[in-house]
Design a protein around this ligand. Structure first.
Ligand code: DC
Length: 223
């Protein structure tokens, strides 16, 4: 099985790029951020704040999360309910960053990520995939871009959504970077053997082609 790990900060384009490359290569795309989002979404619905560590840990014992892949699309199922479309709000984004700092949450989601990688050719994106979840991935990429550029891209995607301003988005991105890089467990960082791809001055198409080329080279090496 070929495992490709793609890590990087919020808004670097990991998911759209990984998704597109996975389709071209016939790999399964695994978006691990969705798992942390599902935990945050469940907690927020139950009225438990993402920074209430003991409350979140208690919730884990009643929570069952599954990943399904249908027509190339990942679906996240929390206690039997498909929450995939409800976990993309700014509140859930920040909540996911919060719950992801709790070691018990990371352990809770670990086996699920590991198992899917053992059984499939995958492109898995997240924050700690190359460093912790799949340290033996055949290809590791650290995808990044300037914070301002990442905020510009997010803003372009969300334009027209009520209450969304460029300044809010930039602020959220900087805050999430800070949370994700400075937490004690599995912080966001580039694995030593990861290839750095800075997409600040690249188009999406250029990044997709570049990563596809890196995967082709990896496949040739593995053959
Ligand atoms: O990739 P994303 O924006 O959907 O991730 C949401 C949050 O989840 C992110 O701020 C940090 C956390 N996360 C993590 O800690 N480890 C991962 N492998 C993926 C996401």
């Amino acid at each position: 099985m070929i495992n490709v790990a793609i890590d990087g900060p919020a808004g670097a384009g990991k998911s759209s790029i990984s998704k597109a490359v996975a389709v071209k290569k016939g790999y399964i795309y695994v978006d691990t951020g969705a798992l942390y989002r599902a935990v945050a979404f469940y907690a927020l619905n139950k009225g438990v704040s993402p920074d209430n560590t003991s409350g979140i840990i208690k919730l884990l014992s009643e929570l069952d999360i599954k990943l399904e892949h249908r027509d190339g699309q990942q679906r996240v199922i929390a206690n039997g309910i498909d929450v995939s479309d409800k976990i993309r709000t700014p509140e859930v984004s920040m909540g996911a960053s919060g719950v992801s700092a709790i070691p018990e949450v990371r352990t809770f989601l670990f086996d699920l990520q590991k198992k899917i990688a053992l059984e499939n050719n995958i492109i898995m994106d997240g924050r700690d995939i190359g460093t912790v979840v799949l340290p033996n991935a055949q290809l590791k990429i650290f995808l990044t871009a300037d914070a301002e550029e990442r905020a510009r891209r997010r803003f372009a995607e969300l334009k027209g959504t009520e209450g969304v301003t460029f300044e809010n988005i930039l602020e959220d991105i900087i805050k999430r970077d800070e949370n994700d890089m400075n937490r004690a467990v599995s912080p966001l960082r580039q694995a030593e053997d990861a290839v750095l791809v800075d997409t600040t001055d690249m188009t999406i198409e250029q990044v997709i082609l570049h990563i596809e080329k890196l995967i082709n080279e990896t496949e040739n090496k593995e053959r």
